[in-house]
Write a protein that binds this ligand. Sequence first.
Ligand code: FAD
Length: 418
Amino acid sequence: MSTNGKILVIGGGISGISAAADAAELGCDVILVEKEPYLGGRVVRMNQYFPKLCPPTCGMEINIRRVRQNPRIKVYTFSEVETISGSPGDYTVTIRVNPRYVTGKQPVSQAHIDAVATEIPNPFNYNMDTTKALFIPHDAAYPMMHVLKKDALTAEEGEKLKAAEPAGAIDLDMKEDRVEEKVGAVIIATGWRPYDVTKLENLGAGKLANVITNVMMERLASRNGPTEGKLLRPSDGKEVANVAFVQCAGSRDENHLPYCSAVCCMGSLKQARYVREKVADAKVTIFYIDIRTIGRFEKFYYDLLEDQNVRFVKGKVAKITEDPATKNPIVEVEEVLPGDKKREQFDMVVLATGVVPATADSPVPGVSLVYDNDGFLVDQPNGAGIFGAGCVKRPLDVSRSVKDATAAVMKAIQIVRR
Ligand SMILES: Cc1cc2nc3c(=O)[nH]c(=O)nc-3n(C[C@H](O)[C@H](O)[C@H](O)COP(=O)(O)OP(=O)(O)OC[C@H]3O[C@@H](n4cnc5c(N)ncnc54)[C@H](O)[C@@H]3O)c2cc1C
C-alpha cells in the first residue's frame, strides 16, 4: 500500500516541537499546527523549570531553533485542524489559519503601534495585566510577529491604522484561510490546561484577590511577567513575605479531578524556592496530602526540607476566606498528624491547580478517537496512524513529555515508511 511520507503534528508545545524536530531530522516532511500565535505551549510561560531550574528559554530555544532551521518543517501558528479524514498512510486534513491582521510583508512601525491605545487582558500572563490590542505575545515569541485583536479596536484606531506607514503591514480585511494537506500519520500533542479552580468554591479562587494559581505564580516570578519577576501580591502590590501553597487543588478529588496531576508537588516545591530566593526571610507553608516527587526528584524535596523557613503541613485545606481589612487569605485546615484544626493568615495563597487534557474540552475534530473518562487520549487500536504525545495522554513533566514525543515519532514513522 502506498503511504504519504508526511507527518502532521498538532500542538506546538514542548511535546509537539520535539516531535516535529525529531521526525524532520529523521527525514520526514512535517506540518506543525499550533493554535496560539506562537510556539512553546505552557513551558514558555514558566519562570524556571525543575529539576535544574533553568529558564524555559534554554531548552525551548534549542528546540525552536531545530524547528526554525529545518526546511522539512512547515509551521502554521494561530491555526487549528478542522477535519481529519482518511486512513493510516493516507489522511487528508483541513487547517484553518486565523487572521492575525498583520501581514508580515512590511514591518509594523511605531506609527502602527501609536495608532492603538486600547488595552486588552494579557492572555500570556493569565490576564494579570493588560497589553495593547496590537501586541507581540511575549519577548521571546516565535514567530516574533505582532497580532492584532481587531474586535477590540475603536473605529478611530482602525482609521489611524489604515493611514499608518508603511502601508501593507496591517490588513484589517484579512480573512481566515483554509489549507488542505495530505499526510500519512498524525501526532496529537495538544497538551493541557489548568483545572478551573473557580469550581473549588471553598478555596476562593476568582473571588479573593490574593488567592492565585500555580500557573499565575510562574508568571509573577518571571522577569517578563506582569511584575517583572517581583513577587507582589495582586490586591495592593505589596511584596509577599508569608506564602501558602495548597496542594491537590482539584486533583485527587472525586468531585473534580479523580487523578493525581503528577507535576504539582514539584511545581510548588520549585515555587517555594522562588519565594525563598526572591524575598529575604520570607516564610513558606505547604499544605499537602502526600508529597509526590518520584524518582530523582526526591532530592529536590529533601533539599527544601533543610530550609527552616519552609514548613510542610499534612492536611487537606477545607476553606479559604479573607480578612476584609488586610485582604490576607485565611486558610482553614485540619492538620492530620496532631489532628488539630488550624486557621492561619498569609499574604498570598497559591493553589496547586491540576492538569486537564486539552482534549477534555475539544476532542480532535473530524476523527473518532478513544479517550479515557477524564478526556486523556489513550493508545488507539492497532493499525491507527494517529498517536498522542505528552500531556494530552497523561500529566507529565518536560523530560518525560519529550521522551514521549520521540516514542510517538517512532510509531508514526512505522506508518509512513511501511
Ligand atoms: C505549575 C506547573 C509548573 C510546572 N513546572 C514544570 C517544571 O518546572 N519542569 C517540568 O519538567 N515540567 C513542569 N510542568 C509540566 C509542564 O508544563 C508539561 O510537562 C509541559 O507543558 C508538557 O508539554 P506539552 O507540549 O505536552 O503540552 P503544552 O505545554 O500544553 O503544549 C500544548 C500546545 O498545544 C497547543 N494546542 C492545544 N490545542 C490545540 C489545537 N486544538 N490545535 C493546535 N494547537 C493546540 C497549545 O496551545 C500548546 O501550545 C509544570 C506544570 C505545572 C502545572
